[in-house]
Design a protein around this ligand. Sequence first.
Ligand code: NAD
Length: 433
Amino acid sequence: MYEKVSVIGLGHVGLPAAVLFASKGLQVTGIDIDEHKVRAVNMSKCYIKEPRLDDLLREVVSNGLLTATTNGIDAVKLCDAVIIAVPTPIRNNIIDLSYLKSALEVVKQGLHKDLLIVIESTIPPKLTVDFIKPFLEESGLSVEKDFFLAHVPERIAPGRAIEELLHIPRVIGGVGPKSTRKAVELYSRVNPNLLLTDATTAEFIKLVENSFRDLNIAFANFLALVAEKIGIDVYEAIKLANTHPRVNIHKPGAGVGGPCLTKDPYMLTKVSENIFGVNLIFLARKINDYMPYHVVKIVDKALDDVGVSMRDAKIAILGVSYKGNVSDTRNSPAKVIVKELLRRNVSVVVYDPYTSESFGAERARSLKEALKGADVMLIVTDHSEFKNIDLNTIGNIMRHRIIVDGRRVFEPFDVTKKGFKYYGIGFGKAIKI
Ligand SMILES: NC(=O)c1ccc[n+]([C@@H]2O[C@H](COP(=O)([O-])OP(=O)(O)OC[C@H]3O[C@@H](n4cnc5c(N)ncnc54)[C@H](O)[C@@H]3O)[C@@H](O)[C@H]2O)c1
């Protein structure tokens, strides 16, 4: 029975996991190299916006079940399971494993008999078996005999972390049957819905899931570009196509952001081959990466239609975070859009009720401040608040009544009835670029 757990990396994945294990009565030590985060946890201050996380953190710190430290080796020596949730970013198509390696170094120095080590970080296929296992065995201890090793990929979506950690099926992949069993013992304390496999399959399916979503969105974006050419509405088309019982096309939009879909597919390319000279995953990534630039083209067209040049225009961007109702701005399409507009000397104001990030543009503190005198309302993120915008009031303070909708927040014909010109991704009934 696991009682003492360490979690290395107290970020978007590690902090909710640490808090949740502690809330189930386990004694948890959070380990991070960032002293600010360690101090914040020990003072019950939650630095990640997630429903319920704040309250749970306060509860587990005040009852002594969660503490944080920068001294990882001592914590690992004292615990019976350690979870690693450090970043594994990709830069210029090269996977940066330096954070993982330094976390593993800490684990190796604190490694002791019967310790269970779980990798939650997203990693390329075979890393657990080909690198992590031999690296830890340099300690002189053997996996499956003296200690246990498993990959348990994280599947949470920002904004739903606690809910999903408790309820969505969790894949458990040990390097051997004993490791899988030990990891099941640990994770069954928080989630009864566990799916058992081996470590390499677990690594692979995490990448498959996110690549599937990225490819599906790329297909939707591809259809959006076609719809614009042939003068139809892609949202209407996809809605109708999805009534087929075996079709499920995702939504097109202003681009794909976040920490996972922009990165994980590249990890799969490390073990995949080009087929007929094309790598499907690279192609999908290229299409999705193109979409923010396409948004800028639509803005240009919309301004041209009313005779305003880019350099004389004021664009109000609504939404900076990479998805609706969260504060996370990592790899957000808004960054590319802002930079591209600023490069063209456009006056850009951003408004986002969830974050103070502005990517170098002027930041408005209210919707009205952002839209006052604006030529275009450009929606990049589908925060719920934007769906309730009072168009009659807003229309009166804008210089031109133009909406460029990157997320289909509005129904095109509802807004045109209110005197707005509507442009949107895949809305070919208005645009031909
Ligand atoms: N964010 C998500 O929604 C999500 C979902 C699924 C999987 N993942 C994967 O989980 C992993 C972690 O992602 P994240 O979003 O939590 O990252 P994050 O950047 O939010 O947090 C990572 C934390 O690790 C700490 N850290 C870095 N190196 C360390 C070390 N050597 N020792 C101790 N702490 C260290 C950092 O200071 C930071 O607090 C990544 O591999 C990511 O791909 C993330």
